[in-house]
Design a protein around this ligand. Sequence first.
Ligand SMILES: NC(=O)C1=CN([C@@H]2O[C@H](COP(=O)(O)OP(=O)(O)OC[C@H]3O[C@@H](n4cnc5c(N)ncnc54)[C@H](OP(=O)(O)O)[C@@H]3O)[C@@H](O)[C@H]2O)C=CC1
Ligand SMILES: CC(C)(CO)C(=O)C(=O)O
Length: 305
Amino acid sequence: MRIAIMGTGGVGGFFGAKLAASGADVTFIARGAHGAAIAERGLTIDSPAHPVAGLAVTVTDDPAKVGPVDVVMVAVKLWDTAAAAEQLRPMVGPETVVISFQNGIEAGSLLRAALGAEHVAGGVAHISATIAAPGVIRQVGSLARIIFGAFGGGADPRLAAFAEACQAAGIEHTLSPDIDRAIWEKFVFLSAFSAITALTRKPIGDIRADTDLRAFLRDAASETADVARARGVAIVPEQADKVLAAADNLPAATRASMAHDLERGARLELPWLSGTVVRLGAELGVPTPVHRAVWCALKLHAGGR
Ligand SMILES: NC(=O)C1=CN([C@@H]2O[C@H](COP(=O)(O)OP(=O)(O)OC[C@H]3O[C@@H](n4cnc5c(N)ncnc54)[C@H](OP(=O)(O)O)[C@@H]3O)[C@@H](O)[C@H]2O)C=CC1
Ligand SMILES: CC(C)(CO)C(=O)C(=O)O
């Protein structure tokens, strides 16, 4: 199986390295100093649970040189999705499946429109990882799990084969019969978690210990769950409580990637997180006052410094 990693950052670099370390045929798409460092010194995963040191890998900044592959894992930030979809086109052959492991709920439809629905599946990544230095991915905590599946359900032998590759690589994974709901469940969690850890500039340990902030987190999750249900997604009534339970189980130091991006003055995925909740809420007649407040408080930071 040939696998390409479109965007070798926290998510793509981590899971791609696990696959490559297991002997899978993986090509990494990476650019700039990061791509040059990987070519020169290999790919390093700084992680107590899943360390990889200077793994020699195939890396290029030009997908046209790769040719068709079996699986493309898309792991660029959301603002790069449209450009990445165009660039990865030469890697898509008749049997290729492209799986987005990005956050939010919009990447799948954008990729389907660009590449054709038959070539696109959905995915979710549960991990906390960043590019610590060129060529180096740092994982925080030990959570590292992916979920993927065919949009609309149904069996897809290409995804079953990818699940086997994940199994061989020791990647915790689920081939989901309902990826649409899994993507929305992650969105209910992340829209709330990114909102509160970015707005307060505090990790989850401080937030969950404070009654007001705990309620804020739950309210934010509730709003996104209401929007999901108004869109016809079967999100259970207790989903906001599940978000609190998930927050209680995270290492105390955990923050959303958007909170890290805010602190280092980088661009934010805010428009696709709280921004999308506000936009869809307005379209569907669902009030979203918490996400509106978050959107207003952070929007002037969304472009980075
Ligand atoms: N980080 C995390 O812990 C998690 C992130 N996610 C989601 O996964 C997605 C990816 O996030 P993350 O891994 O943090 O992102 P990163 O910023 O760490 O990595 C993305 C990488 O893709 C590169 N890239 C973008 N476009 C191209 C291109 N056309 N060609 C080559 N390289 C390209 C970027 O390069 P450059 O820097 O030059 O732009 C960057 O190196 C996001 O939607 C995020 O929300 C989901 C779960 C956890
Ligand atoms: C919350 C987390 C770390 C879970 O994977 C995440 O997706 C993010 O911060 O972008």
